[in-house]
Design a protein around this ligand. Structure first.
Ligand code: SF4
Length: 373
């Protein structure tokens, strides 16, 4: 283990590491300036269990119902050698051939080890990229690798389609519905971010073996159910913007050493699990360790980070305007706390020279508000 990984492992302590996934890497983009999340994720600390241990269990992730619906939809799309999907790809990408090879990569023999699967996936994808004429090959659940903060993240796209024209397309299968041709913008953006992580991992795989990374298309295929049925529809999404954002956030993660250097001595997120794997770490001590790393709470954290409840409480206790999000913080530039903003609005606090304009606006807003009340 190199020295960076040793330091990160020490931060995590005896707790088993939580790997990066495309969802967590995409989530890093949501709040790229948060040192707390960057360090916890880089060290493989279990944010979910840490949050629960300090008294803020997260209600995070998809509901069991949504997960089950997603599984059923994916199984339907991939049944009979992905017959439904192939029909859609023929329509959308102009796939002319009737038959297509379908390669399930969920295991190698009966072995489901990630590294073995990743090597097997690499061999199959490289063969397809080099031979090229085997158009229409579908790779089901390939295992890709991506370097994140000096560690290997294992990523598993729903599917990679290798189609005519010699280009790979990442296929994302999601169970949120397209109703009357309209999809929920937030869900599509989240899917695009996740798909961009896969595109990047695929491009790096090809580049590492001397092949053209642009063989992987920046257009991903999003397969969703139409209206309230299980009839699948496919949309092409351009993820170039999301790709650039993922690259930026990964470059920032590679500077995680600087964040480690700034940590006070002895900070650890060790849950000190007992023989049954249950945490024994003193919650107050663990919370104190979290407080040692600066966070940037935003309301959006609730959708993408397991520590949102803890950080929200911290921001509230610190009287921080962060709980209202960056838009409010930007409008009140220079005024850092709720208490200070209220004082200016109510006229109980004399504004500093650079606060005069904000104070006028806040007093005006307060007059309107009291008039309404
Ligand atoms: S919830 Fe906390 S740790 Fe997570 S991104 Fe937001 S501020 Fe950072």
């Amino acid at each position: 283990m190199d020295s960076l990984n040793t330091r990160l492992a020490a931060l995590r302590g005896g707790t088993s590491p939580v790997g990066f996934s495309a969802r967590t890497i995409a989530g890093l983009n949501e709040n790229p300036g948060c040192a707390r999340r960057a360090l916890l994720d880089a060290s493989g600390a279990d944010k979910d269990r840490i949050g629960a241990r300090v008294g803020f269990p997260g209600r995070f992730g998809q509901s069991p119902f949504a997960l089950a619906r997603g599984r059923v939809f994916e199984e339907q799309i991939k049944a009979n050698g992905a017959a439904q999907l192939l029909r859609l790809l023929r329509e959308k990408l102009g796939l002319t051939i009737e038959e297509a090879a379908y390669l399930p990569l969920e295991d190698v023999g009966d072995n489901t080890g990630r590294e073995l699967r990743a090597r097997h996936t690499t061999a199959q994808l490289l063969r397809a990229a080099r031979e090229g004429d085997d158009a229409g090959t579908l790779f089901d659940h390939p295992m890709l690798r991506l370097r994140v903060a000096g560690c290997t993240a294992y990523l598993e796209p729903d599917l990679v389609a290798f189609q005519v024209g010699g280009r790979f397309h990442v296929v994302e299968i999601k169970s949120f519905a397209v109703i009357d041709g309209q999809v929920d913008g937030e869900q599509v953006t989240a899917a695009a971010r996740q798909a961009a992580v896969y595109v990047l991992a695929l491009r790096e795989l090809l580049a590492d073996h001397g092949l053209d990374p642009e063989t992987v298309s920046h257009e991903v295929l999003l397969v969703t159910p139409a209206d309230f049925t299980n009839r699948p529809v496919v949309s092409l999404i351009d993820v170039r913007k999301q790709l650039a954002a993922v690259r930026r956030v990964l470059a920032r993660m590679s500077r995680v050493e600087t964040l480690l250097d700034a940590l006070p001595e002895g900070v650890s997120f060790d849950l000190a699990p007992d023989d049954d794997g249950d945490p024994t770490r003193d919650p107050a001590e663990l919370a104190a360790a979290l407080h040692q790393i600066p966070a940037r709470y935003r309301p959006g954290c609730r959708a993408h980070c397991e520590l949102a409840a803890f950080c929200r409480d911290e921001a509230r206790c610190a009287d921080s305007l962060d709980v209202f999000g960056p838009a409010v913080g930007g409008m009140l530039g220079g005024v850092d706390t709720v208490c200070a903003a209220l004082g200016l609005a109510e006229g109980t606090r004399a504004p500093a020279e650079d606060e005069a304009e904000i104070a006028r606006a806040l007093r005006h807003a307060e007059t309107l508000r009291s008039g309404l009340g």
